[in-house]
Design a protein around this ligand. Structure first.
Ligand SMILES: [Zn+2]
Ligand SMILES: [Zn+2]
Length: 117
């Protein structure tokens, strides 16, 4: 019983790892149809708590999830829920901070706006 549950966990994580960008729970369900949506949500919550997965809240839209493998940032369109993934050099951000010796642990930028769709 326990083994089966962890297998489902792996399937959900694998789908997220394979995706370029983010997926909603429903998107994941389409890829791993043998895992029901409730289980997917439960696993996603667990991954988010563990810091393995990032949850992106898009306001009214469905939450998007993505595998947290590298530090990057997001621009979110409030109109069409499009998510743009981009990187900003940490060095540059530390320069802007102007606090000597500050040790960054994590950095998250979310830009909200409207794209030219
Ligand atoms: Zn991203
Ligand atoms: Zn848009």
């Amino acid at each position: 019983m326990k083994r089966r549950r962890s297998q489902k966990r792996e399937l959900v994580l694998k789908a997220l790892k394979a995706a370029r960008g983010s997926l909603s729970a429903a998107d994941i369900h389409k890829k791993v149809t043998k895992v029901d949506l409730t289980t997917i949500y439960r696993n996603l919550d667990m991954f988010v708590k563990d810091g393995m997965v990032k949850k992106l809240n898009l306001g009214d839209g469905e939450a998007q999830y993505e595998y947290n493998d590298h530090d990057h940032h997001h621009a979110i369109c409030l109109d069409c829920d499009k998510v743009i993934h981009f990187t900003a050099p940490d060095q540059k951000i530390m320069e802007l901070l102007k606090v000597k010796g500050f040790q960054p642990e994590s950095l998250e930028i979310t830009l909200r706006g409207v794209c030219k769709h």
